[in-house]
Design a protein around this ligand. Structure first.
Ligand code: KIV
Ligand code: ZN
Length: 390
């Protein structure tokens, strides 16, 4: 049994749904929320209630159906946003309001045309107001990744003083390097008064392909919540992928951290979200891509056929994938061909395999991938040739 738990905050239905063309209706959102609850996420960010009547309705309906997870609604540090979110969350068994404000110099100057003292004041007021509706209030310091640590600690201290239960430190623009993001979390742990009573959350974007690495750096430096989405979808280049962080923590026992996620539902959940959003998953996507457990080069295939662990660090069955795939291409060797042929009912002697392999290579050179139907054709040709010779 591992000592500490990392909370999984899923934002597929909020940050994930911000992907252009991926808008979901309330029924689709309910279906995904029910699955996320079954998957074992700790928090479901169901939407941004003030943004549209549709989002308000979705948050309300999701609040009614979710049994285990906390249901969260996003707001700006604006009273009306907070009031509307509280209203949308009124049926939730465990409601959470997620409120916050931009803290980087760029946000303060260009977005708010404001000043640091005013931002601190607005942050504190927003948290205190949210707290008048619910106990569980998460504060986000938008663009924390580019916010000077000293000022960030001041804003966070104000949020904690006013009752924040979770401090979200978003790398909104995906700018930080893992070491830098990790140091930021460590700095906050050492400089925010009252931090020992709150959970620090990592919300990382993938603009430089570092969202997962940054979230893990945050966790190894003391954060205990990760905000993520199924398939890593989200604004621009996306968010930290849920399936990646869950499997990283699972595959590295020395970190001594666990999550409540049932990994066997990961592949199916990925397919469900991809289907509902009409957003295809890249084949080389870690954990859930079509090629994540597929082997095509002869050297790798030979190893995997002898023992899966030679080229796989995860048992595909652990994430709900039926089995490793041996993909036959012109780079495949005799071992892979014999293995595949045997699975299809053709038990070949060594001499037969040598002949079939020559036929296979001429097929493979003409095609990107040799399909099961091609194997039947190759075997027919081989049999006809054998009869002709006999
Ligand atoms: O990326 C971000 O900063 C966000 C916040 C609204 C939490 O999504
Ligand atoms: Zn975000």
């Amino acid at each position: 049994m591992r000592t500490e738990k990392v909370e999984i905050f899923d934002t597929t239905l909020r940050d994930g749904e911000q992907v252009p063309g991926c808008k979901l209706n309330t029924e689709q959102k309910k279906k995904i929320a029910a699955r996320l609850d079954e998957l074992g996420v700790d928090v479901i960010e169901a939407g941004f209630p003030v943004s549209s009547p549709g989002d308000f309705q979705s948050v309300t309906e999701i609040s009614k159906l979710v049994k285990n997870a906390s249901v969260c609604g996003l707001t700006r540090a604006v009273k009306n946003d907070i009031k509307v979110a509280a209203d949308a969350l009124k049926f939730a068994r465990k409601p959470r309001i997620h409120t916050g404000i931009g803290t980087s110099d760029s946000h303060i100057k260009y977005k708010f045309k404001s000043s640091r003292p005013e931002i601190i004041e607005r942050a504190g007021e927003a948290v205190a107001y949210a707290k008048s509706f619910v106990d569980d209030v998460e504060f986000y310091a938008e663009d924390a990744g580019r916010t000077e640590n000293e000022f960030l600690a001041e804003v966070c201290t104000e949020a904690v003083k006013n009752g924040a239960t979770v401090l979200n430190i978003p790398d909104t623009t995906g700018y930080c390097l893992p070491e830098e993001y990790g140091k930021k979390i460590k700095y906050l742990k050492e400089h925010v008064a009252g931090i020992e009573n709150v959970i620090i959350s990592c919300h990382c974007h993938n603009d430089l392909g570092l969202a997962t690495a940054n979230a893990i750096a945050g966790i190894t430096n003391g954060a205990r919540q990760i905000e993520c989405t199924i398939n890593g979808i989200g604004e621009r280049a996306g968010n930290t992928a849920l399936e990646e962080v869950v499997m990283i923590l699972r595959q590295h026992p020395y970190l001594d951290l666990n999550t409540a996620i049932n990994p066997q539902l990961l592949y199916d959940t990925s397919n469900m979200v991809s289907r509902e959003m009409g957003m295809f998953v890249q084949p080389n996507k870690a954990i859930v891509g079509a090629n994540a457990f597929a082997h095509s080069s002869g050297i790798h295939q030979d190893g995997v056929i002898k023992n899966r662990e030679t080229y796989e660090i995860i048992n595909p069955a652990d994430v709900g994938v039926t089995e490793s795939a041996i993909v036959l291409t012109a780079r495949s060797g005799r071992a892979a061909l014999a293995y595949k042929a045997k699975k299809m009912g053709y038990d070949l002697t060594k001499i037969e395999l040598d002949h079939v392999y020559l036929e296979f290579l001429s097929f493979a050179d003409a095609k990107k991938q040799v399909a099961d139907t091609d194997i039947h054709t190759i075997m027919d040709i081989f049999r006809k040739n054998s009869r002709a010779i006999a």
